[in-house]
Design a protein around this ligand. Structure first.
Ligand code: UFG
Length: 328
């Protein structure tokens, strides 16, 4: 059985769906602070999913999982993940992300579970020195969220050396889109991400879309990001599991497409996909946004055999279909 922490959340739920499609049995562990029970109910329709509501900070909750289930490997998504909030409240980020992961790793060791795939982030690199960013780029995070993920990466290195607990850290760039059959999708009560915010503004009662800054040193003045499709991303987790099953060493990979799109380009693609003229206002820059973040994904292609297949338009189309489900 595979333990998926944070399996009721956005990326976690797509990964659970991909696991179920391959016939894996899954235990979802989630405190439902940002994930949704409805997502778990939906997942249960597609395969064998056990759900344990619990918190990584509560060791008894973790015991419930490891005592009841024979866990082969862990995929660890559960985390708090808002960059802005992490600057205002670093305690929340270091306790939840770092202490929570230490508890999880401790329980894995107690139960002799030695394989973990971990969601890391491009935010561990900080302000890029060069683009595209490869895995050798220095890691100097500029906010507590990125720092908490980097700390976990370092802890995982030490656990690998000392206890042979092997990890694959996947450094996501900008994750986008939803399940192509709209079975699950991005569902945040506080939405900060670009594509869902543009799409939400097309619905009745939606807020006017704000473009944060048009004076960056980029092709059109707006920030450039590497949008990787969530279903493609989920496949990378399956490949990472396979890599560990085949005896692969502790490792880390960028997950992005190698293509950068500006906020303006994304906005225009959303207008094309929805067929709507979307009202927009240019607002001041958002604090902490680097001008460009684009991944060099050569290592994931070569070592994991990962191939991102879906385009930005595919992601926007599936996100729009899902947004229609959410809006009822
Ligand atoms: N943006 C807007 N208006 C919005 C929302 C976003 O203009 O309403 C802009 C942002 O300023 C940024 C771009 O769209 O330039 C992308 O913003 P997102 O919030 O969608 O994504 P980020 O690049 O800020 O963050 C993502 C992940 C984080 C991760 C980070 C790595 O969501 O978890 O990449 O830098 F930390």
């Amino acid at each position: 059985m595979i333990l998926v922490t944070g399996g009721a959340g956005y990326i976690g739920s797509h990964c659970v769906m991909a696991l179920l499609e391959k016939g894996y049995e899954v235990v979802v562990f989630d405190n439902l602070s940002t994930g949704h029970i409805e997502t778990v109910e939906r997942l249960k329709q597609y395969g064998k999913v056990e759900f344990v509501q619990g918190d990584l900070l509560n060791k008894q909750d973790l015991d419930k999982v490891f005592e009841k289930h024979q866990i082969d490997a862990v995929i660890h998504f559960a985390a708090v993940a808002l960059v802005g909030e992490s600057v205002e409240n670093p305690q929340k980020y270091y306790v939840n992300n770092v202490c929570g992961t230490i508890n999880l790793l401790g329980k894995m060791l107690e139960n002799n579970v030695k394989k973990i795939v971990f969601s890391s982030t491009a935010a561990t690199y900080g302000e890029p020195n060069y683009i595209p960013i490869d895995e050798n780029h220095p890691q100097n995070p500029i906010n507590p969220y990125g720092m908490s993920k980097l700390m976990i990466e370092k802890i995982m290195d030490d656990y690998s050396k000392a206890y042979d607990l092997r990890s694959v850290r996947l450094r996501y760039f900008n994750v986008a889109g939803a399940d192509s059959e709209s079975r699950v999708g991005e569902w945040h009560d506080i939405e900060t991400h670009l594509i869902p915010n543009v799409l939400k503004s097309t619905f009745v009662g939606g807020k006017q879309f704000k473009m944060f800054g048009d004076d960056y040193n980029t092709k059109d003045g707006t920030c450039v990001r590497d949008y990787v499709n969530v279903e493609d991303l989920a496949q990378a987790h399956l490949l990472a599991l396979k890599y560990l099953d085949n005896g692969g060493e502790t490792n880390y990979f960028n997950l992005g497409t190698k293509d950068g799109n500006s906020v303006k380009e994304v906005f225009e693609a959303c207008e094309k996909v929805t067929g709507k003229d979307i009202p927009v206002e240019v607002a001041p820059r958002r604090a902490g946004d680097p001008a460009s973040l684009v991944a060099d994904n050569t290592k994931a292609r070569q070592t994991l055999g990962w191939e991102p297949k879906r385009t930005l338009d595919d992601s926007i189309k599936s996100a729009y279909k899902w947004e229609n489900v959410l809006q009822g």
